[in-house]
Ligand binder design. Structure first.
Ligand code: HMG
Length: 398
């Protein structure tokens, strides 16, 4: 029986910062970002957005199309979790009105957690093919200002329904894994931005790639020549190209970069979306390359710390009917551009503790918003409903 991705959709944040703007204000040659990193811009959330609202928006889109029937599990993958105990998925469960008979968990292993969620979901549906799993990968990549990582920030989410008889992509059973404890990128509990050893993180990404590839081959995975297109984790666009070149060098086989390029159309404008990044690359490939039916796609997932996995999927006949590239185009074009000063002010404003009550004015255009904290508890709302007033007043302009 075929198992895989039944439907998938993305969402991004309310604002965009152009890297030309950042470069000009900080005295950096804009070509470093444009050609050195192959990045053009990044998404940044409004104060009433977070990983929950981005994830809920993406999930609402797939559920509207595919329905809730058979969904027994919601797995929320993120490294932008909003609580140490409660799964971010529990807020999404409430916002989407899912049944009480749905188990909800959060997975974490840096950017790799989206793939961990996908593999767990496949395990669940192989046990009971009448069930489907809602996987939400959602993140806000926020680095310290004036750090090397600042131009690689970003924000976005991908929601996927995993089940039997997938309309988009059958995920094949063989996968290759490579894990080792490495301090390349991590975020201690009391910090809102990560600690990063940039050079080491790139080495770890590349080393985990060849390690995962070797494991994949040792377990009976396909040869390079049998894989038609590739999608690699995209912390910044150039990294996926570097990864591909390393694979070519490692295997000694010639694999043209034209087989990676179609997956690289969204990341330059959204920035790093951590757990969602690989799957945003997959959407780019499905949207931009035609006649993919029957083609095998190789996917490399990487999460700092460090873990890599290589797996393949086969695009299903008629897949085009289930794609909505207009949504991705609207997510990118519909953002509000920030000036350098507005961006840096917003970056500081996102630094908020949990000990106080606060309410956010309505900024997001998305269907769900993070209203604020009430006695330390996070309050979310459906943006389309009237703003709640009462003992705890929440209204515009606060
Ligand atoms: P940096 O020090 O700003 O950049 O840090 P650089 O000096 O190494 O330059 C970058 C590229 O720009 C180089 O190209 C330069 O030559 C070029 P390369 O040699 O690599 O091909 N360049 C120029 N090109 C044209 N015109 C110019 C010019 N100047 C320079 N004038 C770094 C770069 C990636 C380290 C930094 O952005 C960073 O720390 N980013 C965050 C960490 C990261 O993204 N690591 C990637 C692998 S780890 C990963 O993927 C996991 C992650 O997603 C987290 C998770 O798993 O949760 C990050």
């Amino acid at each position: 029986m075929k198992l895989g991705i039944v439907d998938m959709e993305l969402a991004s944040a309310n604002y965009v910062v152009r890297l030309d703007t950042l470069a000009k204000a900080t005295g950096v040659d804009p070509n470093k970002y444009r050609f050195g990193l192959r990045q053009e811009a990044f998404s940044i959330p409004a104060l009433d957005e977070d990983a929950v609202t981005l994830g809920a928006t993406a999930a609402a889109r797939v559920l509207e199309r595919a329905g809730q029937e058979g969904i027994r599990t919601l797995i929320f993958a993120t490294e932008s979790g909003v609580d140490q105990s409660k799964s971010a998925g529990m807020f999404v469960h409430s916002l989407l009105g899912l049944s009480t008979a749905v188990r909800v968990i959060e997975t974490k292993q840096a950017c790799y957690a989206g793939t961990a969620a996908l593999q767990l979901a496949l395990g669940l549906v192989s046990r009971n093919p009448s069930e489907r799993v809602l996987v939400v990968a959602s993140d806000i990549a926020r680095y310290a200002v004036a750090s090397a990582g600042e131009p690689t920030q970003g924000a976005g989410a991908v929601a996927m329904i995993i089940g039997a008889d997938p309309a988009l992509l059958e995920i094949e059973p063989v996968s290759g894994i490579w894990s080792a404890h490495i301090d390349d990128f991590w975020r201690p509990n009391d910090l809102s931005t990560p600690l990063v050893d940039g050079e080491r993180s790139m080495d770890a990404y590349l080393g985990a790639f060849t390690g995962a590839w070797e494991d994949y081959r040792a377990r009976g995975g396909f040869e390079l020549a049998e894989i038609d297109f590739f999608v690699h984790h995209q912390p910044f666009t150039k990294m996926a190209i570097k990864g591909h070149r390393r694979l070519v060098e490692h295997t000694g086989k010639n694999v043209e970069e034209s087989r990676v390029e179609p997956s690289l159309n969204y990341t330059p404008y959204l920035g790093n979306c951590y757990t969602a990044s690989l799957y945003i690359g997959l959407l780019s490939l499905l949207h931009f390359k035609r006649e993919l039916s029957g083609k095998r796609i190789g996917c490399y997932s990487y999460g700092s710390g460090a873990e890599g996995e290589f797996f393949t999927g086969v695009v299903q006949p008629g897949y085009e009917r289930f794609l909505h590239p207009n949504i991705a185009a609207q997510e990118i074009a519909g953002r509000t551009e920030l000036s350098f000063e507005e961006y840096r002010d917003l970056h500081v404003a996102h630094e908020r503790g949990s000990a106080v009550n606060y309410s956010n004015s309505r900024k997001t255009r998305a269907p769900y918003r993070f209203v604020g904290l009430c006695d330390g508890a996070r309050v979310y709302a459906d943006s389309t409903l009237p703003i709640v007033t009462g003992t705890w007043n929440v209204h515009e302009g606060h």
